[in-house]
Design a protein around this ligand. Sequence first.
Ligand code: F6R
Length: 614
Amino acid sequence: MCGIVAYLGNREASPVLIKGLQRLEYRGYDSAGIAVIEDSLEVYKKKGKVKELEDLIQKENLTGTIGIGHTRWATHGEPNDVNAHPHYSSNKKLALIHNGIIENYAAIKKDLISKGHEFQSETDSEVFIHFVEDIQKHNECTLEEAVRIALTKVVGAYAIVIISQDNPNQLIAARKGSPLVIGIGANNEEFFLASDATPIIEYTKDVVYLNDEEIAIINRNGNISIKNIEDIAQNPYIQTLDMELEAIEKGGYDYFMLKEIFEQPRSVADCMRGRLVSNKDHAALGGIRKHVDDLVNANRIIIVACGTSWHAGLVAEYVIEELTRTPVEVEYASEFRYRNPIINKGDVLLAISQSGETADTLAAIEMAKAKGAVILGICNVVGSSIARASDEGAYTHAGPEIGVASTKAFTAQLTVLNILALMLARHKKTLSDNQFKELTEEMESIPGKIQEVLDLNGQIEEISKLYKDAKNFLYLGRGYNFPVALEGALKLKEISYIHAEGYPAAEMKHGPIALIDKEMPVVVIATRDSSYDKIVSNIQEVKARKGKVIAIVTKGDALIPKMVDHVIEVPSCHETIMPLISVIPLQLLSFHIAVMRGCNVDQPRNLAKSVTVE
Ligand code: F6R
C-alpha cells in the first residue's frame, strides 16, 4: 500500500525515481509524485498512474541528484493531484513521502491550525511534515532531531523519507510498521531507498532493512547513520539481496499475472528443493529447526492470514489435521486480533503472508506473541516484517509476485504447508513409511502435473469466451477443494469485477441454490477424492436447475463429462495435494475473462498488493 522511493547520489534523480515508481506501482496506483532539489525543492504530482506523472515531468527540464517519489493507494483523502505525495511543509522547504497511517493526525492538525498552519490536502501525511517543521522552528533544532521528536509523538504506522532544500545532501528516513529498504551503491557513493527491493536491484545488491522505530540519516559524503527513536546509534546490518532483475520483469509475457501463473512448475519446484526428497525419506523446513518440538507437542496450531493466504490456511487445516491429528484453527487475522482469543502456552501460531507486510497479520502475531504463543511465519518476501517478527519460519521462494492477484505465491504456500504437515507427521509417527513415501513422491510430481494443466491454456481461453459477459459466477468444491472454490471466486471477482461466490458444495442447498438458472455459470471442482460421489450429486442439483457447469475433473473421469457443459481435465493425485493442481485452471479462467473484459489484470481497481493498513 503506497510505494515510496528515494535517491541520493551522482545521477539525475528523476529517472531513477520514475523507474522505481514503475516497479512499485503494484503497491498502489491512484496517483504518483516526485520531489527533486537542484536550486530549489520542486514537487510534481498527478492523479492516475505513474505514466501520467512521467508525461507531466517530460515537459520540465528536471535536474537534481537528490529526490523522493511516491505511488499512492488512498487512505485519507480521495485520489487527486493535491492529495498525492510528496507533501510540502508550509515554507515549501521540506518535502515528505509517507506510506502508512498517522492515526492521531486530526489532533495534531487542529493544534497546527491554531498556530497558523494551512493545509492543502486532506491527508494525514501532510500534517506530519508540518508537524516536523513546527517542531524544528520552536525547538531551533536540526531536522534530524525534529523528525525524531515528531516520531515520538505520532501514533500509527509509517515509512517516511524527508528532504530539505536547506540541505540537498541529506535524506532522512524512518519506519514503523511499513517497510523500508536502503540500497547502498558502490563505495557509499549513492543510496536508493524503497518500500521493497525491486527498485534497488538493478543498481546494487547491498541493502539494509530498516527496523521499526529506526531513523536513517544518509549524507552525500557516504555517511549513513541509523539510530533508534531514543537517539541511540544502531549498527546497520548490510545484507546481500538474493534476487535477479529478470524476476521482476515480464520476460516476454504481456502480463505479470500470466507470467506468474506459468512460472508455477518452477516456483513449486524451487519451494521444494532440498526440503523434500522422497528417496531419502526427507521432509524438513530448514527455517523451522528450533521449534520443531513445539510444533510436535502443540496442543493446537492457529493459522492467521488474509485473502488468498487465508485460503492456503484453510487447505492446511484439512491437510495438517488429516496427516498429523494436531487440531488446527484458521482465522482471518483481522478478526482474530480484535476478539480477545484464547491462546494457551503450547499453542503455535502460523502466520501466512505473501508480502510479509499485511498489517492485520502482523498485529495478530504481536498479540499472540504477547500471550505466549510460538510464532512461525510463512512468507514470500525475504526480510519482510512478518518474517522478522516470527520466532522462526519458512520462505515460500516463489520469487517476486508483481501481479496484484496472488497466484504463484498461493501454490508455494500450499507447498510449504504440505511439507510442514509431512515433517510433523514424520515426527509424530502418524503416517506409515509407505504413506509418507507415497505422499512425498506425489509432491515431487506436482511441477510436471501443473505443467500439464498449463498446457490446457487454449481450451480454458475458449471456455472463457463463452462466459466473459456473465454477471455472476458460483464456485463449488468439497473437502480439500472447498478452499480452492473460494480462491477461484476471489480471483475472478478481483480482476474481472464479476460477482462470484465460493461455497462448500453441500451448502448450496441451504441458500445459494436459489440463484441458479440458465444464466448462472457454476464452476465445480470435482476431482476424484473421498467426496467425489457427493459432489456428483451436487452437480446434478445444479443441472436440474439448468445452471451451466464447468467441471474440473480428474483425467479419465467417465461420469461427470456426460452431465456437464464443459470439462477441464487435470492429472490425478492424492487429495491432500490436489489444490496445488485444481487451482491452476481457475487462475487461467479468471485471467482470460478479465483480459477479454478489458480489465487491467495486473493492477485491478481499488486494490494494492501489500496491505499495510488495517
Ligand atoms: C488476492 C490477494 C490478497 C492477499 C491478501 C493477503 O489475490 O492477493 O487477498 O492474499 O491481501 O496478503 P499477504 O499474503 O501479502 O498477507
